[in-house]
Design a protein around this ligand. Structure first.
Ligand SMILES: [Zn+2]
Length: 441
C-alpha cells in the first residue's frame, strides 16, 4: 500500500472515486434458518478485498487490486454491511436510561417533555445532527426514525441525513389526542404538513417518507383514516408505528377502539398495514394478527433492549418465522438503552433464552442487515456486500479489551466466534464506518 494513497484517503473530505477495502467480509445470500449454526446463507470471505467505485460496491475478490485503486487495509478486522436500525426515536437520546416506569408512565414522565423541546428549529437541527452521528458511531448507516409531532423535526432529520449520505426513512409524528399541550396536531394541519414534506423529501436522494402514527391511542379515528388515505394514494410511502408493546397499552387500545378485533386491526381497517409498514414491538399479537402481517408483508421491528428495560414482554421470534412475516432489529432508544445493534443482538439472544429458544448469530445479524433491507424493499441498495449495493459498511475489531480478546482467541469455528463478538461487542469495537463509500467514522 502506498503511503501517499493512504494519506490522501485519510485527509481528503471526499472519498476517492475508486478504492478498495481489505478485511474479513461477512454477509448473507439468503435468510438463515432458525437454529442453524452452520448455514449456507452465510457468506464469509476471510481476508478479501471489496472494490468500491463512485460509492457503490463493484467487486469482491481474494487478490489485491492493481495500483490504480486506493487501498484501505482492515486486515484482521470484521467487515459487515452497515447496520439498519428500523425503529429509533431521535428526540429521546436525552431520556435514555430513565428510572422506574413502564411504557405509558414513561411517555408522560420522560418522553413527552423531551419531545416538546423539538418545536424549536434550532433544537431540532442540533438534535438531528447529534443523533445521526451517534448512529454512525455505532455502525448504523440507515434507520427508520421517529422525530416529533413538529414538522421541523422531520425536516431537520432529512436535511442532516442527506448531508451524510445516509438512507433515512422518517416522517412527522401524527398525534392529535392523549398528548400534552405543545405535542398535538390536528387532522387538517397534519395532512398539509405531510403532503408538503412528501413533496420536498420523499424519494430525494436516499430520503424516504414514512407516514408516522405514534400509536393508536394518540390518534383519533379521523387522523388514522387520513394516514391510511395518504398510504393508499402513494404505495411508495412507508408507514411506521408501534403495536402491542405492553399489556396495559393493549388494554387501553381495546377500550378506545371497541369495534376493532385487535390492536393491529385498528391499523388494518384504515389501510396502514402494508408491505412498507414497520410496526415496532408486536409482542402481544395473536395468530390472526401474525398471519395478517405475513399476508401484507409488513415487518415487525423487534426492540429487545427496550422490551427488557421497560419490562414490556418477550417477543416470539420463532413464531414470527413460522407465521412468515419479516423481523428486523431495532434499538428503540430511548426505551432501549443503547443505539448499538450488536448490544441489541445480545439482548435479543437473552429474550429468546427466557422463552426457552436459541437465537443464532446468523438470524440476529441477518435481521440487522440484509433482512431489514429486504423487508424495506431496499435489498438492492443496502444490507449486503454485493456488487451493486451502496458501500455502506461497518468495520469492527473482533475483540475489544482483555476479556473479549481471550474469548476470541479460543473460538474454534465461525459461528462461535461471531456469536461471542455479537454478545460482547459494542461501539468501542467499531474501527470505521462508511456511508456510500465515504468514511464517516
Ligand atoms: Zn418506539
Amino acid at each position: 500500500m502506498s503511503f501517499t494513497n493512504q494519506e490522501k484517503f485519510a485527509s481528503a473530505d471526499e472519498a476517492p472515486r475508486r478504492w478498495a477495502l481489505r478485511g474479513d467480509l461477512l454477509d448473507f445470500t439468503a435468510a438463515p434458518r432458525w437454529g442453524d449454526t452452520e448455514s449456507p446463507a452465510v457468506r464469509f470471505d476471510r481476508d478479501h478485498w471489496l472494490l468500491i467505485e463512485d460509492g457503490r460496491i463493484v467487486g469482491r475478490q481474494a487478490q489485491a487490486p492493481d495500483d490504480s485503486w486506493v487501498r484501505k487495509d482492515h486486515a484482521g478486522q470484521l467487515v459487515l454491511p452497515g447496520f439498519i436500525d428500523t425503529h429509533v426515536h431521535c428526540p429521546q437520546l436525552e431520556v435514555i436510561a430513565s428510572y422506574g416506569t413502564e411504557l405509558l408512565d414513561w411517555l408522560q414522565r420522560y418522553t413527552f417533555p423531551a419531545e416538546r423541546a423539538f418545536a424549536d428549529p434550532a433544537r431540532s437541527h442540533a438534535g438531528a445532527a447529534v443523533f445521526l452521528d451517534a448512529l454512525l458511531a455505532s455502525g448504523t448507516t440507515a434507520a427508520v426514525v421517529f422525530p416529533t409531532v413538529h414538522k421541523v423535526s422531520a425536516e431537520a432529520l432529512f436535511t442532516a441525513a442527506a448531508a451524510r449520505g445516509m438512507r433515512l426513512i422518517t416522517g412527522k409524528v401524527l398525534m392529535d389526542r392523549h398528548a400534552p399541550d405543545g405535542l398535538r396536531d390536528d387532522v387538517a394541519q397534519a395532512e398539509r404538513d405531510c403532503v408538503d414534506l412528501i413533496d420536498r423529501f420523499h424519494g430525494q436522494g436516499r430520503n424516504a417518507y414514512a407516514v408516522t402514527v405514534r400509536f393508536a391511542p394518540t390518534s383519533t379515528p379521523e387522523q388514522l383514516a387520513m394516514a391510511g388515505a395518504l398510504c393508499r394514494a402513494d404505495a411508495s410511502l412507508f408507514m411506521q408505528t408501534h403495536v402491542a408493546e405492553n399489556r396495559a397499552e393493549v388494554a387501553w387500545v381495546a377500550q378506545l377502539f371497541p369495534d376493532a378485533r385487535s390492536y393491529l386491526d385498528v391499523y388494518e381497517r384504515v389501510g396502514l398495514v402494508h408491505e412498507r409498514a414497520v410496526l415496532a414491538h408486536g409482542i402481544w399479537l395473536d395468530a390472526v394478527d401474525k398471519s395478517l402481517l405475513a399476508r401484507r408483508g409488513a415487518q415487525v421491528a423487534h426492540c429487545p433492549s427496550s422490551n427488557l428495560f421497560l419490562g414490556s414482554g418477550l417477543f416470539d421470534w420463532p413464531g414470527a418465522q413460522e407465521a412468515g412475516f419479516p423481523v428486523s432489529l431495532a434499538s428503540d432508544v430511548g426505551g432501549g438503552t443503547t443505539l448499538s445493534l450488536p448490544r441489541n443482538m445480545g439482548d435479543a439472544y437473552k429474550v429468546q433464552a427466557l422463552r426457552g429458544e436459541r437465537l443464532t448469530a446468523w438470524v440476529a445479524l441477518h435481521a440487522a442487515t440484509r433482512g431489514a433491507a429486504e423487508a424495506l424493499h431496499l435489498g438492492g441498495e443496502m444490507g449486503s456486500l454485493s456488487p451493486g449495493c451502496m458501500a455502506d459498511l461497518c468495520v469492527w475489531d473482533w475483540a475489544h479489551g482483555p476479556v473479549a480478546e481471550a474469548r476470541d482467541a479460543v473460538a474454534r469455528e465461525l459461528h462461535e466466534r461471531v456469536f461471542a463478538w455479537m454478545t460482547l461487542a459494542d461501539e468501542r469495537n467499531l474501527a470505521a464506518c462508511y456511508v456510500a463509500g465515504r468514511q464517516q467514522v
